[in-house]
Ligand binder design. Structure first.
Ligand code: GLU
Length: 307
């Protein structure tokens, strides 16, 4: 079986131990399978991406002993691919323009609701303020925020393209193959329902003003363009995977006739001494810092539990 995986950091800060774990694990798994390890630069957000961080990524990963085919795919050079995908979703009548600010969403959400603000994997769950009654017509507007009408997408789409229901099973459910520690079925899959998508995710953003595509849309397109068969990344992206599968399925018939659902492996997260997930600003755990202090790549492997 072909095994193609990728490590896709954003050049917005230093790589830390969590990134080292993710990259090493993906690389090791690819090598074990006689597969390919790709590096991708997720520099879609040009306001936060820096060439110096990108250079540091190459340096740190080479130092760790990793190699990858070149040229490396960079999201900033792939807008045409994202536009093509957005046009497909627009033509299907699944996108609408949204002019709500974060504050508008907060205010609409917190009306008389109990339990505080509702967050999903795409941030605050959108209350639907700008969702139109009628299908938007004309050309897809550029340089605006576009959201996907999730209810409409689910209504017109079989949620189970890769799912064979067993006798008596609730049909409105789907799944992906999860080889990490987070499978929620006995057969190594992660299952979710359309109710989850509707209520816990809601209408998510697919493109923004000043950013031609959202992270979720770009990742689906990139993984497809790069023929990625195995997505190996942290458990913090487990629910984001549901959004990305939905996008993949919606693109499947027209743009990507052969879109094939990757296998996923959501690995454990590397935490600090207080048990908090490492973030980009945790410079103390930066690979460059360990290097400067004389650590070896083998020490890094040891530190992340891959020794
Ligand atoms: N670029 C994303 C990040 O830095 C990860 C992308 C992915 O694995 O899908 O967190």
């Amino acid at each position: 079986m072909t095994f193609i995986t990728r490590f896709a950091p954003s050049p917005t800060g230093p790589l830390h131990l969590g990134h080292a774990y993710s990259a090493l694990l993906a690389h090791d798994m690819a090598m074990e399978q006689g597969g390919t390890f790709l590096l991708r630069i997720d520099d879609l957000d040009q306001s936060r991406s820096r060439c110096s961080w990108e250079a540091q990524i190459y340096e740190d990963l080479h130092w760790l002993g990793l190699s990858w085919p070149t040229p490396v795919r960079k999201q900033s050079a792939c807008q045409a691919d994202y536009d093509e995908a957005l046009d497909v979703l627009w033509r299907k009548g699944l996108l609408y323009q949204c002019s709500c600010s974060r504050r508008d969403i907060k205010e609409a959400q917190s009306a008389p609701q109990e339990g505080g603000l509702q967050f999903g994997p795409d941030g605050l769950i959108y209350p639907g303020t700008c969702r139109p009654q009628n299908r938007p017509s004309g050309q897809r507007p550029k340089n605006v925020t576009l959201r996907l009408d999730v209810a409409k997408a689910l209504a017109g789409h079989d949620l189970r393209p890769h799912f064979t229901p067993r006798a008596g099973e609730h049909l409105d459910v789907s799944s992906f193959v999860e080889t990490g520690p987070h499978a929620n079925t006995a057969i190594g899959q992660y299952e979710f329902t359309s109710e989850f998508i509707l209520n816990q995710i809601g209408d998510f953003v697919v493109s923004r003003q000043n950013m031609g595509a959202s992270y979720h849309l770009a990742v689906v397109v990139d993984d497809q363009e790069q023929a990625v068969t195995h997505v190996i990344r942290g458990a913090d992206l487990l629910e984001a995977t549901i959004i990305q599968l939905l996008i993949g399925w919606l693109l499947d018939d027209e743009l990507y006739q052969y879109w094939s659902q990757p296998v996923y492996h959501h690995h454990r997260l590397i935490r600090d001494d207080q048990g908090k997930r490492l973030a980009k600003r945790d410079d103390a755990r930066a690979i460059a810092k360990y290097r400067a202090e004389g650590a070896s790549p083998a020490d890094i492997r040891q530190l992340v539990g891959l020794g």
